[in-house]
Ligand binder design. Structure first.
Ligand SMILES: Cc1ncc(COP(=O)(O)O)c(C=O)c1O
Length: 358
């Protein structure tokens, strides 16, 4: 078996233990004589899987009973619209623009109603998080929206914005379950699971019950949060396989000591890489130190040719998917929960050798 260290931004590395468990259960899920992929989403066995996954997620994140958990589909990008349609009750919401995903969420909201950008870091190619201590949030804005970890630019909110009493909505896709979170500070959290939690095709929404509208005239049934909240995410056929794998990843996190332990391990892994970037004479991080993501680490050599050579040479020794996003260039190492410390050590060691040779 030749497994590589996969630094993809998503879909991304999953814990090997989880993949092995899935392989073991592939043909016969616990004596059912069939795969999870083949069973009815209305079966008692699948009900056990989805309810078990939700219970584990609630326990890991400490999600209060006053919040609903929804497993949904359509891409995290669809939630950019769903969020506005459900939460912008008066058609107004404010956005902090910290990169492509925040901008896309903002643009969807603009299609649907009155969305306003209250801060942006576009002036420095999104290499930092703007000061969010005194934002000009409109009194009547229904919520303030942030993309809490910016997958492409490698920034994250080290501190949540001062929402001035407004509801906070966060896209946590590329940091979901990477460390402890105080759910009560948010009105809604959404995340595509294909980075830190499972295979592509499932999104998780954690939303305060009182924010889910009972009635939404003009909004299609499938786009009302109330529909899936009331149906336990089983209004229609969900991504059964994806939810099953997520449940296994939740269990894997639990076994590893929960979110505090995960957060500590992630901070150590990121420190290894950032410490090297800060001392290197060849490689550097384009991101403001205070705002650096623990999950997505972009870096550059300053020469496009050398960057290309680095990515190609790294792949030859099993360090793959290190090419940066086209809007930043250079390299990006995504070091999600399932990336072992040994993978980051191997990367840093390769970078040291590459630097010596160039
Ligand atoms: C932070 C963030 N939000 C949203 C998305 C979009 O997710 P999807 O491709 O599931 O629509 C991504 C994808 O990379 C992302 O990184």
């Amino acid at each position: 078996m030749a497994r590589v260290y996969n630094f993809s931004a998503g879909p991304a590395v999953l814990p090997e233990e989880v993949l092995e468990e899935c392989a073991d259960e592939m043909l016969d899920y616990r004596g059912c004589g069939m795969s999870v992929m083949e069973m009815s989403h209305r079966s008692s066995v699948f009900k056990g899987i989805i309810e078990g996954a939700e219970a584990r997620l609630r326990s890991l994140m400490g999600i209060p009973d006053s919040y609903r958990v929804i497993f949904t589909q359509g891409g995290d990008s669809l939630l950019f619209s769903t969020v506005f349609m459900n939460l912008a009750t008066n058609g107004k919401a404010d956005y902090v623009i910290t990169g492509n995903w925040a901008k896309k969420a903002f643009q969807e909201a603009q299609i649907l109603g009155d969305a306003q950008a209250v801060a942006s870091s576009a002036d420095k190619n999104f290499s930092y998080i703007p000061d969010c201590s005194d934002l000009p949030i409109r009194e009547d804005a229904s919520y303030l929206y942030i993309c809490e970890n910016n997958t492409i630019y490698g920034t994250r909110f080290a501190e949540l914005p001062n929402t001035k009493g407004h509801v906070l909505v966060a896209d946590q896709s590329s940091m979901f379950l990477s460390g402890p979170v105080d759910v009560t500070r948010y009105g809604l959290i959404h995340a595509g699971v294909q980075k830190n939690v499972g295979p592509a095709g499932v999104q998780i929404v954690i939303v305060r019950e009182d924010l889910i509208p009972e009635d939404l005239p003009g909004v299609p049934t499938m786009l009302r949060l109330r529909t899936q909240a009331d149906a336990g995410s089983l209004y229609n056929t969900p991504n059964c396989w994806g939810i099953y794998v997520c449940g296994k990843v939740f269990e894997w996190i639990e076994r590893g000591g929960g979110l505090s332990a995960m957060g500590e391990r992630n901070a150590e892994k990121a420190k290894l890489l950032y410490d090297f970037l800060d001392e290197s004479e060849l490689f550097s991080s384009p991101v403001e130190p205070r705002d650096r993501s623990l999950m997505n680490v972009p870096f550059v050599t300053g020469s496009a040719d050398l960057d290309t050579e680095f990515v190609a040479e790294a792949a030859k020794v099993g360090l793959v998917n290190l090419k940066g996003h086209r809007s930043v260039g250079g390299m990006r190492a995504s070091i999600y929960n399932a990336m072992p410390r040994a993978g980051v050590e191997a990367l840093v060691s390769f970078m040291k050798d590459f630097e010596l040779a160039h």
